[in-house]
Every structure is written in C-alpha cells, then in structure tokens.
Design a protein around this ligand. Structure first.
Ligand code: ZN
Length: 143
C-alpha cells in the first residue's frame, strides 16, 4: 500500500470514528430513509432547505465504515450549498465511484475514489448520495 493510500484510509477511518453532522435534526424540512440491503447499511437523512439552499443537514444510522464515512463526508460537502450544486456533486461522485477521473470540486471526497476497484462496496459509498438525491427530488415535487 502506498503512503497516499494509507493517508486516504486514515481520513475514511477518522470520519467513521467521529462522523460529522451525526444527529437528529428536529427542525428538518425534508427527511429521507436510505437502505443498502446488500451490506445492511441504514441511513436516515435530515435536511433543512430554505429557498434553494441546504442550510442544514444531518444523519443517523448504522452500517459499515465506508457507508458511515461517506455519509459524514457527503453532509460536509453539501451543507450550505444550493440544491443544484448538491445534485451536481452527487453526479460527480457517482461518476468517480464508477471509475471516472474525480472532479476537482469533490475535494476530500476524492479519497473514496479507490472504491471504484471494490465493486462490492460501491453501494456502501453511494448510499448517502442516492438518499440525498431522493430527498432533493421529493423537494422539487413539493415546490
Ligand atoms: Zn456497507
């Protein structure tokens, strides 16, 4: 394993041990459940959307290290962003996990690019983003 790989693993582990935005949001305007039955990952996503901005986001749930770390990173990546920004990140993230060159805008999320070589874990890494897209699509329907 290269030094870079081990640094990436450290960041993933760090998010798993101390997940960001991991709590219930009582004042959520949108709530969405996400499940990855192939691994047993479960996720409840809470968003506060004001206008077209995701002003707050949090999650609860349990699952493997990759799903938990990926969800923690996702919340950091979209908090304070517009809905269309978040949807763009989701598309970029999915492309990266399926082997495309990571988009620069993905920032720290690029540490998950290696998942592309682990097909069994792809759903673990994308669960948070799929769930986010479901929540945002519901939001558009409501507008
Ligand atoms: Zn998993």
């Amino acid at each position: 394993m290269s030094l870079l790989d081990s640094l990436y693993q450290e960041l993933i582990l760090e998010h798993y041990k101390r997940p960001r935005n991991c709590h219930v949001l009582e004042h959520a305007t949108v709530q969405q459940e996400g499940i990855n039955p192939t691994c047993g990952d479960e996720l409840e996503l809470y968003l506060v959307i004001e206008g077209d901005i995701i002003t707050d986001i949090a999650f609860t749930g349990e699952g493997c290290a990759i799903s938990q770390a990926a969800t923690s990173m996702m919340t950091e990546a979209v908090k304070g962003r517009t809905i269309s920004d978040a949807k763009t990140r989701a598309q970029e993230f999915r492309a990266m996990i399926h082997g495309d060159t990571p988009a620069d805008a993905l920032g720290d999320l690029k540490v998950l690019a290696g998942i592309a070589k682990l097909p069994a874990r792809v759903k673990c890494a994308t669960l948070a983003w799929v769930t986010l897209e479901q929540a945002l699509n519901d939001q558009n329907t409501a507008l």
